[in-house]
Design a binder for this molecule. Structure first.
Ligand SMILES: [Zn+2]
Length: 350
């Protein structure tokens, strides 16, 4: 875990490399396969390690013959859109500092339908936050804010110019600066709603810094430590909670800028996820690495893989014969220059 992937080897460093690596759907499938089964194919049915590729691009278990597509269970599953287009969408999504709107994506990919571009971006967004993982730690500012209204016409809902209540949490770094952030829509400012947000987004043991709003008293109990800034509420609190103030402002500006305020209220949560995903990687120098992370998240959606971890915790005693010695489609033989990440891949059976 936590080993940094290599630039130019495991992910493309530039648009040029990207284009060279992923010129065909088979290249994209290879890459997804490698991300998903970095130590070789694991059978979803019998947890056997090792498989070979069938003519239609799926992997077949060497023991029981079960077949699995590298895209099954990922956001690319059963899509009619070519994988090369999906990869380009992910690349643009990851490498543009502020992301990309559905309209820009439609133009960039030269696809006919705005709906298709919009749906692709939503599928990509849907994988960005893993519940319960990467929760905030240490000293965490928490506050709530309204998004929408006059400046941002949230669509959907009955009232035009309606505002949505949003919870914001930001790690405070001593002596100054901010760490990671999380944001989510809130039903109301009740203790139950605030408590649910905290449990989802902040690690137990963290110190929660809030203003004097009464609901925080019952919301911030064990396993958290409460640092309540008594007497501070409303505009005066923004100076005492500079992290949430800054992050809220940036989020509103981003929604107005990249998405021009064209945000459906029903999808506000996923836009907020995208915003914090970008905010939390604001210091990442390599945009290619962000692309890698997006695809990694997209392929990690497979529940089978998780089950395998539990069902088959023992290292394998007997290693399967490499597919290469068994006769398989020539696609595995394509030159590694086309697929540089393959060069660091452990052989399927080694
Ligand atoms: Zn099997």
């Amino acid at each position: 875990m936590a080993v940094s992937p290599l630039a130019g080897v495991q992910y493309p460093r530039s648009m040029g490399e990207f284009a060279a690596w992923f010129s065909a759907d088979a290249d994209c499938r290879d890459y997804l396969e490698w991300l998903r089964w970095p130590d070789g194919f694991v059978c979803p049915r019998c947890a056997q390690l090792g498989g070979w590729r069938t003519a239609d691009g799926r992997l077949m278990c060497i023991a029981c013959g079960a077949r699995r597509s590298p895209t099954a269970g990922t956001i690319f599953d059963r899509t009619r859109t070519p994988l090369t287009l999906w990869f380009t969408a992910c690349w643009l999504f990851a490498t543009q500092k502020d992301g990309i709107s559905a309209l820009s994506l439609k133009r960039s990919l030269e696809i006919g339908s705005y709906q298709t571009a919009w749906a692709m971006l939503h599928r990509v967004r849907s994988v960005l936050v893993r519940p319960g993982r990467d929760r905030l730690q240490g000293k965490v500012e928490v506050d709530e804010t309204y998004i929408g209204g006059q400046e941002l016409g949230l669509r959907g809902g009955r009232a035009k110019g309606k505002k949505a209540l949003v919870a914001v949490a930001v790690e405070r770094i001593e002596p100054r600066g901010f760490g990671r952030a999380r944001m989510a829509p809130l039903a109301d400012t009740s203790a139950d709603s605030l408590r649910a947000f905290l449990v989802d987004n902040v690690e137990p043991g963290a110190t929660i810094i809030t203003d004097g709003l009464q609901s925080y008293r019952p919301a911030v109990i064990e396993p958290y430590i409460h640092d309540r800034l008594v007497g501070a509420a409303g505009p005066a609190a923004s100076k005492l909670l500079p992290g949430v103030h800054t992050v809220s402002s940036l989020a509103k500006r981003w929604l107005l800028g990249t998405h021009q305020g064209a945000v459906d209220e029903a999808h506000l949560a996923s836009y907020l996820n995208e915003f914090v995903f970008r905010f939390n990687r604001r210091r990442s120098r390599s945009r290619g690495l962000v692309f890698y992370r997006v695809l990694e998240l997209a392929t990690a959606h497979d529940p089978v893989r998780y089950r395998n971890l539990i069902a088959n915790p023992e290292p394998r005693a007997r290693m399967p014969v490499p597919p290469a010695t068994r006769g398989h489609p020539a696609s595995l033989e394509r030159p590694p220059a086309n697929r540089p990440w393959r060069t660091t891949r452990p052989p399927n059976s080694a």
